[in-house]
Design a protein around this ligand. Structure first.
Ligand SMILES: Cc1cc2nc3c(=O)[nH]c(=O)nc-3n(C[C@H](O)[C@H](O)[C@H](O)COP(=O)(O)OP(=O)(O)OC[C@H]3O[C@@H](n4cnc5c(N)ncnc54)[C@H](O)[C@@H]3O)c2cc1C
Length: 437
């Protein structure tokens, strides 16, 4: 069973909101596996259409890779924090209708070079390098059929900023650019983002209020050999239904649950071809940080260590995210220091750029380890070069009884909670139609 692996640090923090749930129906028509963004979306849509739905969730909370906790009285997200792609993100549209406290994310950012603030000329050269790259990659990819490493399509002539650009794109892609298909670039929407007061995880928890969800219920087997589907759980019970929506992360599906009969070869191949995207937060409490203004990204360059990303003064609080990419996580894991090893690493990097004295009031309050979390095994699923067709394969239902959903299926919003929500709704609409609702 997957839950024998030690609990990662981010799972030890309590969510700010614990919604109340309805009882599972005795005879569900649809079982939804997983209560992250995709599972919550699917359950809400099915319930609204009058379909008897039962959601089972392995963790003791909802939200999956979107969770908000309280740190020193502030609500802080330990997973997703940005509502990306405002115009096409269903969670932005729904939040607007519900009157949720959304705000447009600041566009301003800081630049720090070596041990000093960046000069205006450096800041504009830095900004230009990103703008040129975004335009170039998007145009290249938009030409279509370019399922090749994104690294090979970086524009020439970026000069000293080329390394920084590749580092940041590798961070937000979840893997270095030679391991990411260029095909995905048109969908990378960094503009028009939103934040939400009180945290993204708290928002999703509010959306789960009143749904029929059973927590601490791990699906261990999915038997679709009969007319419907039987979902077996770790406590030995089973739920039978007409159909199932499976919202588990691809990296989890690579390990289990067991399917009877086995999944068709093309589907198994699609699932197994994804690679884990790695992106982690070290949450800093650093009141005296030199970065002013709320919610601003900071680029720190020109030292032995270049942190790939920093989001400063979250919601105007003294909290900041120090972001860790795959190469940093791999080297930390090789050293085996766990979350405290990450804390030491973060201090070393910041000390190089700001000096030890500037860190006197720094605490690393939390370190996420989604890559070691048995229920996620990564931050999102990455399509490596040559595997771009996988999302499309998984959109097709199997035998009109098994549907997949989740961030990995979204063509335009992959890797995001908005994409997961969109896919949960898509699968639920298809299941409802198959049931004649
Ligand atoms: C550190 C970090 C930062 C991120 N930042 C952003 C961001 O700023 N903006 C953004 O949009 N996205 C971001 N993401 C990505 C985003 O969090 C995910 O893409 C999204 O939450 C995925 O939703 P999902 O429903 O597809 O999967 P999940 O949220 O993983 O939901 C799947 C659910 O299935 C459950 N489960 C797993 N196995 C079983 C089982 N056997 N039985 C029952 N239940 C099971 C899991 O516990 C989980 O609750 C970030 C992710 C991380 C880790």
């Amino acid at each position: 069973m997957l839950n024998r692996i030690a609990r990662p640090e981010h799972e030890r923090f309590r969510p700010t909101i614990a919604p109340r749930f309805a009882e599972l129906p005795a005879d569900p028509e649809v079982v939804v596996i997983g209560a992250g963004a995709a599972g919550i979306a699917a359950a809400r849509l099915l319930a609204a259409r009058g379909v008897r739905v039962a959601v089972i969730e392995a963790r003791g909370r909802v939200g999956g890779r979107v969770v908000t906790t309280h740190l020193r009285g502030h609500a802080v997200d330990l997973g997703a924090h940005w509502l990306h792609a405002g115009p096409i993100n269903p969670l932005v549209q729904l939040g607007t209708v519900r009157g949720e406290p959304l705000r447009v994310a600041a566009q301003n950012s800081h630049l720090w070079v070596g041990r000093r603030p960046g000069r205006p000329a450096e800041a504009s050269a830095h900004g230009r390098a990103f703008a040129v790259t975004d335009r170039f990659l998007t145009t290249e990819a938009a030409r279509g059929g370019l399922d090749r490493p994104a690294a090979r399509a970086l524009p020439p002539g970026l000069g000293p900023w080329g390394e920084r650009v590749a580092l940041v794109h590798g961070l937000v892609s979840g893997r270095p650019l030679d391991e990411v298909s260029l095909q995905d670039f048109p969908s990378m929407e960094y503009g028009d983002n939103r934040f939400i007061a009180g945290g993204y995880g708290a928002y999703l928890a509010r959306l789960a209020q009143g749904l029929p969800i059973a927590l601490r219920t791990e699906a261990t087997g999915i038997d679709w050999s009969g007319a419907g589907v039987r979902v077996e759980t770790a406590d030995g019970t089973a739920l039978s239904a007409r159909a199932v929506i499976i919202t588990l992360p691809m990296m989890v599906l690579q390990q289990g649950p067991a399917f009877t009969p086995a999944l068709p070869e093309a589907v198994r191949g699609a699932i197994d071809g994804f690679r884990p995207g790695i992106y982690e937060h070290a949450v800093l409490h650093w009141p005296s940080s030199p970065f002013r203004g709320a919610d601003r990204l900071a680029s720190i360059v020109g030292g032995r260590h270049m942190p790939p990303g920093l989001l400063t003064r979250l919601d105007g609080t003294p909290f900041h995210y120090f972001e860790l990419d795959l190469p940093s996580c791999a080297s930390l894991d090789a050293r085996g220091g766990g979350p405290d090893g990450t804390r030491r690493f973060v201090r070393t990097v910041l000390a190089e750029h700001f000096g030890e004295r500037a860190l006197r009031d720094l605490t690393v309050s939390a370190v996420s380890e989604w890559r070691h979390d048995p229920w996620s095994r990564g931050s999102w699923a990455v399509v490596p070069p040559g595997h771009a067709g996988a999302r499309q394969v998984l959109l097709e239902p199997i035998a009109d009884r098994l549907w997949f959903a989740g961030e990995a299926l979204s063509r335009l919003q992959w890797g995001t909670a908005g994409g997961a929500y969109e896919e949960g709704e898509r699968a639920a609409r298809a299941v409802a139609a198959a049931l004649g609702r």
